[in-house]
Design a protein around this ligand. Sequence first.
Ligand code: GDP
Ligand code: CA
Length: 311
Amino acid sequence: MKITVLSGGVGGARFLRGLRAAAPDAQITAIVNVGDDMWLSGLRIAPDLDSIMYTLAGENDEQRGWGRVGESERVSAELRAYGVGWPWFTLGDLDIGTHLARTSMLRDGLTLAEATDRITSRWQLGVHLIPASNDEVETHVVTESGEMHFQEWWTRHRAALPALSFVHHGLADASPAPGVLEAISDADVVLIAPSNPVVSIGPILAFESIHAAVSSAARVVGVSPIIAGAVVRGMADACLTAIGVATDADAVALHYGPTLLDGWLVDETDAALAPTIEAAGITARAVPLWMRDPASSAQVAGDALRLAQDL
Ligand code: GDP
Ligand code: CA
């Protein structure tokens, strides 16, 4: 079975780790958001690709929830002393190793997808990671005090500056990376991970050709990142509010819409929302959606596959 997943960083990574366990014989491809990517201190940073890679490699810091396990921050302290980079954005030393490797490959002329293939080949991930695009398409946030890269709004301002809108810089001249559209159209099942709908899944679906491919894909099932009217981790509610979508599992399903989605998983505590979703033409099912550990993540992913098979 071929399964293709649209994914952001940390939430997507947990889901993919669960999916790998739930479908050990499947050929899994993840189309990964690049909207958070940026140049910083001369390095190309790709946070969502790296969050997924570290998690699937078992190299992630479970306690902190992001980054590499056993990380140190000596290089960032040096960069701060030189006044280089963002003082409020610390990169771990091991993580900087990844960024150096990626930047070096890009400088040698590899595309981001080729660099990702080389970087991930170090581990047996069991999931093929494809960046949504090889082109630089960065998410910026428009606020009353000006426009800034998503990372500055999210990390420096903790998403507290009201966002007026999100823009995808470079989108007009960008195209999906080779293999992205094929991975969607050839898939038996397309899954939308419980990732931030606005700044993780949004920048992927902003490519019209990707949106069209998912819309005409065989079976498309999404997993709600919202449980009981709250974001499970992070500050995704600030993003949803900015685009006028309520922080509710049914509102997010309707935001993706029935053209895109065939099925939608909500948490068991949101079972009462299923009729609204079904009335919109999307098959809804209520199951536990907390990904507390690898076992509960595998349960969530398995339920997404079961819904896809029952459609
Ligand atoms: P990021 O790129 O690192 O921000 O990660 P993602 O966009 O992939 O995922 C972030 C989203 O995952 C958050 O907005 C949460 O709503 C969602 N999320 C995190 N943990 C869980 C969980 O255990 N269950 C569900 N259903 N959603 C989760
Ligand atoms: Ca992200």
